[in-house]
Ligand binder design. Sequence first.
Ligand SMILES: O=P(O)(O)O[C@H]1O[C@H](CO)[C@@H](O)[C@H]1O
Ligand SMILES: O=c1cc[nH]c(=O)[nH]1
Length: 234
Amino acid sequence: MTVHIGAQPGDIAETVLMPGDPYRARWAAETFLEAPRLVNEVRGMLGYTGQWRGNRVTIHGSGMGMPSLSIYANELIRDYGARTLIRIGSAGGMQEGVAIRDLVLAMTASSITNPSRGIFREVNFAPAADWSLLREAARIAEARGVPFHVGGIHSSDIFYEERDDLVAALTRHGTLAVEMEAAELYTVAARYGARALAILTISDHLVTGEALPSEERERSFGDMVEIALETAFS
Ligand SMILES: O=P(O)(O)O[C@H]1O[C@H](CO)[C@@H](O)[C@H]1O
Ligand SMILES: O=c1cc[nH]c(=O)[nH]1
């Protein structure tokens, strides 16, 4: 057990899928895993371990924002031996060609700051996805005919962004989408030599103002979960 995870040693699989929302962790575990077992509920942050096509996998919430994700990623890797971490999140589209329901595979994640920022002092560290995971996720999404984009995203500390100039500058530099965790996930994984990738479903759009109707969310998120599972074990 760690400060934030009540799982026993051995309860967490080497492969962990991480949605921000603990209820998405429960839904994904109950929908896609065989024999899912609740292994953590400290502070209501749900984690389940089960089997997918004979492979052991944990689906564990990260909470919203990089400080929360950082706690779980550190403990999952350092204390429980997780080696592959795939974020399954929602994101806001930032380019006109990135539509609602599309997937974004985050090759890099910019941020103004993140919990690891202090380590690097004057260096602007470039958090990047694991290449083997990124390549597999792109291959699998293409084979399934799921619309997807690969490129840079922005990991923000702010959901209700007041800085129009910041959004404009990031958009002008090709940033595909905004979410709130990937930059820290990539940095923590790099620190421990683990593999990480963020697969994101566009749930709303900063340019067009569109949003995914709530009744459609599960189906759209389902593609993302299946691609994440297939990616982890291919
Ligand atoms: O859908 P999740 O994984 O929570 O991700 C996005 O949604 C939350 C904001 O609503 C933030 O956590 C953001 O990164
Ligand atoms: O962080 C997020 C997630 C979804 N949509 C946004 O605009 N921001």
